[in-house]
Design a protein around this ligand. Structure first.
Ligand code: NAD
Length: 337
């Protein structure tokens, strides 16, 4: 978010709480704005200008729901707040999205609630921005083939954001549930990219960049299937026990993450670390690359892995953009508490 936008948001909030609904978020937060906001907050995290508070996530013993909070403070972007929500498996039957979340932004100077922002669209766009930031900083420039593992709700957002980072010519995809692939194929075709459904082995042999975005609890991609020089963004593993790739793949790669504490506990690296194949000290925050403190990829043969675990500060960053844009365009509702 620009400094002017931040100031506008700060000044306006004295008049009440801005309510920014889901549809409005989708209208006012572009992929570019999300990319810029997520890249900036990853940089701020690496320079200790922003930090995430411990995550709360509980099975509430009702409606099979998982509910929790992700919160933090970005001193550089002046974003203080939390995302609250979780997963309600019975929602689909009610015509609702299973993942539900809402973002609360507070004034860091006064503690006043500044904005209440729908978090569902923003979660998708900030997660896509995260892998996209990793591709921008770590993938080989001449990458031509994008490999997609996963074809659920997040996958189309991931595909669209990735397609803006390199001149991809083709998408190869595999999903444990092949019947879900046509939606991803349609998205690729809408972007003018050739699309081929392949086996996971073929995907590893062809892809220059791979995004994994599934709910898997076991490795879907093995080390020997991946060719030298590949960049892999592991985006699905965000909980203890989840897993998308072979731990040996991380052991043989240069590993980056959004946040090390999450990477080793709930991210893809949890398994390689537990197995003694990867040390915490070998994992680099992507913000260090963004800030120029780490060179990132060192050779065309190196395999790079980005463990995108998803942090609350990403949500606050894109929610701040949504609130500022909604304020600027006069499209949000305002209430006084
Ligand atoms: P979705 O339910 O729409 O799709 C699920 C995907 O996982 C599909 O591709 C499906 O075929 C696959 N899948 C389901 N069960 C599986 C299993 N047992 N083994 C292997 N694959 C399986 O979900 P979504 O909204 O697209 O989210 C995908 C994943 O991304 C989820 O695990 C979610 O928690 C995670 N996620 C991560 C972040 C982050 O910041 N890292 C943000 C949002 C979502």
């Amino acid at each position: 978010m620009s400094i002017q936008a931040t100031e506008r948001l700060e000044n306006s909030m004295s008049d009440g709480v801005l309510i920014v609904g889901e549809d409005l978020c989708a209208e006012v937060v572009s992929r570019k704005a999300a990319f810029d906001a997520v890249e900036a907050v990853f940089g701020a995290m690496a320079s200790d200008d922003a930090y995430n508070f411990p995550v709360i996530r509980e099975a509430i013993g009702y409606a099979d729901a998982l509910y929790g909070f992700k919160s933090g403070f970005d001193r550089a972007g002046k974003a203080l707040g939390l995302k609250s929500g979780g997963y309600w498996p019975g929602n689909a039957e009610k015509g609702l999205t299973n993942h539900q979340s809402t973002i609360f932004l507070f004034d860091p100077d006064t503690g006043l609630l500044r904005a209440l922002v729908g978090g569902n669209y923003l979660t998708a766009i900030r997660t896509a921005a995260s892998s996209s930031v990793s591709i921008a900083h770590l993938a080989r420039e001449e990458s031509k083939v994008l490999g997609m593992v996963g074809a659920g709700h997040q996958s189309t957002f991931q595909l669209r954001a990735a397609a803006e980072r390199r001149a991809f010519e083709k998408v190869v995809a595999w999903n444990p549930h092949p019947e879900m692939l046509p939606r991803l194929a349609a998205e690729a075709e809408a972007l003018g990219l050739a699309f081929e459904a392949v086996s996971p082995e073929e995907l590893g042999a062809e892809a220059d960049v791979i995004i994994t975005i599934t709910s898997a609890f076991e490795p879907l991609l093995m080390k020997d299937w991946i060719k030298p020089g590949t960049h892999i963004a592991c985006m699905g593993t965000d909980t203890k026990g989840k897993q998308e790739v072979d731990p040996a793949l991380l052991a043989g790669a240069t590993v980056f993450t959004d946040e090390i504490a999450q990477s080793i506990t709930i991210g893809e690296a949890q398994h390689a670390v537990q197995a003694g194949l990867l040390a915490e000290a070998e994992i680099t925050p992507i913000g260090a690359v963004i800030n120029g403190d780490h060179p990132g990829r060192r050779s065309d043969a190196e395999i790079t892995v980005f463990d995108g675990t998803g942090v609350g500060l990403q949500d606050l960053a894109v929610a701040s953009v949504a609130a500022a844009q909604a304020e600027q365009t006069g499209t949000a509702v305002r209430v006084t508490l």
